[in-house]
Design a protein around this ligand. Structure first.
Ligand code: ATP
Length: 370
């Protein structure tokens, strides 16, 4: 078990590609940290620097109290699980799991004990004599995890471990890994580009873009209080809606205006906009999540000051819910409504936005201002 600390860490490839740019993060002992972001944002490189597989260009990495910049990967007491499992095809499951321990010259009875224990945790005891080719994708992934568990490392590093599995199995294994974390009570650092995986697994999520940490927070805080337009759009599925418009201050009230639509901001949000010095005409992007938009008459009445009208383009029914794709003055919006309230294409509909859930982003800086 161990905490980790990354201080001003950089990775610069070939003196020109800054893959990781001033990465700072303290990871608590037993924490489940997820690094998430689009392809090429530097997640894997960060993980590989922690593992010692990639040299650190600048900065320091600590595991526990020990600075490990120059420590060889095998001496860092970490285990890494890769996307492609990297199992030896000619070895049985048992041999695959035992391999690292044999290299360490661990006594045979201790190896047996550890492999049996890990196999039990992962429920693969009956597979120990099989070769990898006789296993399903999910079973192979369990073996790869087993090989990491037997080493009893201080830290588990996982780089997109589920990306080779089909969608259904990914969901199952996601839960399995979360359970494993609870059982092992060890620090996990997990890399994925899938925001759903990040949201469902992490104690805290690190959202990266272009080598830079944009925000670090719990899943719910990230969802409710994204710091900028990128995080707001990246976290959440379906995505947050964005509308381009302007601020208008009139009779002591503040409105977000786009086309013919006036959305009155609640008092607390209005004060923030005014305190930050935004005047009438300031260009803004408003964000609202699909579940914060309503089309039933009671809610429209309740939120009448933040209601708008648009033309239904498509309704997608997903069971209890439906997604309503609406065009409002040339801008698109998706609302998640009850499927019983589905509407025909080309009909006009009123929609109410929950004013408490409105986000505003400065158009120039893309920072959240609320
Ligand atoms: P993905 O989700 O696609 O794996 P990632 O977020 O893990 O992406 P990295 O693999 O860390 O991203 O790559 C970050 C940046 O560093 C990318 O621009 C990549 O092209 C670059 N990069 C990675 N490895 C090297 C290398 N060995 N030499 C030069 N550039 C590299």
């Amino acid at each position: 078990m161990a905490s980790l600390n990354l201080k001003n860490v950089y990775k610069i490839f070939d003196e020109k590609v800054t893959a990781v740019n001033d990465f700072n993060l303290e990871i608590k002992d037993k924490e489940f940290i997820v690094l998430v972001g689009p392809s090429g944002c530097g997640k894997s490189t960060t993980l590989r620097m922690i593992a010692g597989l990639e040299e650190i260009s600048q900065g320091e990495v600590y595991i526990g109290d020990e600075q490990v910049n120059e420590t060889a990967p095998k001496d860092r007491d970490i285990a890494m699980v890769f996307q492609n499992y990297a199992l030896y095809p000619h070895m049985t499951v048992f041999q695959n799991m035992a391999f690292g321990l044999k290299l360490k010259k661990m006594p045979k009875n201790e190896i047996d004990k550890r492999v049996q224990e890990a196999a039990k945790i992962l429920e693969i005891e009956e597979l120990l004599d099989r070769k990898p080719k006789a296993l399903s994708g999910g079973q192979r992934q369990r073996v790869a995890l087993g090989r990491a568990i037997v080493r009893d490392p201080k830290v588990f590093l996982m780089d997109e471990p589920l990306s080779n599995l089909d969608a259904k199995l990914r969901v199952v294994m996601r839960t399995e890994i979360a359970k494993l974390h609870q059982k092992l009570q060890t620090t996990f650092i997990y890399v994925t580009h899938d925001q759903t995986e990040a949201m469902t697994m992490g104690d805290r999520i690190v959202v990266m873009k272009d080598g830079v940490i944009n925000q670090v927070d719990t899943p719910l805080n990230l969802y409710n209080n994204p710091i900028n337009l990128f995080v707001a759009g990246f976290i959440g599925s379906p995505q947050m809606n964005f509308l381009q418009g302007k601020i208008e201050v009139k009779n002591n009230s503040t409105f977000f205006v786009f086309g013919e639509n006036y959305i009155q901001l609640p008092e607390d949000k209005s004060s923030i906009v005014n305190e930050k010095g935004y005047l009438s005409g300031s260009e803004m992007i408003m964000g609202i999540r699909p579940e914060d938009i309503f089309n039933d008459s009671a809610t429209i009445e309740k939120f009448i000051k933040s209601s708008i009208e648009g033309k239904v383009e498509v309704t997608e029914i997903m069971g209890a819910d439906a997604s309503l794709f609406v065009d409002i003055d040339g801008q698109n919006l998706v609302a998640r409504v009850e499927s019983s309230s589905q509407l025909k294409p080309n009909t006009m509909t009123k929609l109410a936005l929950n004013p408490a859930k409105i986000h505003l982003f400065d158009k120039q800086t893309e920072e959240s201002i609320l």
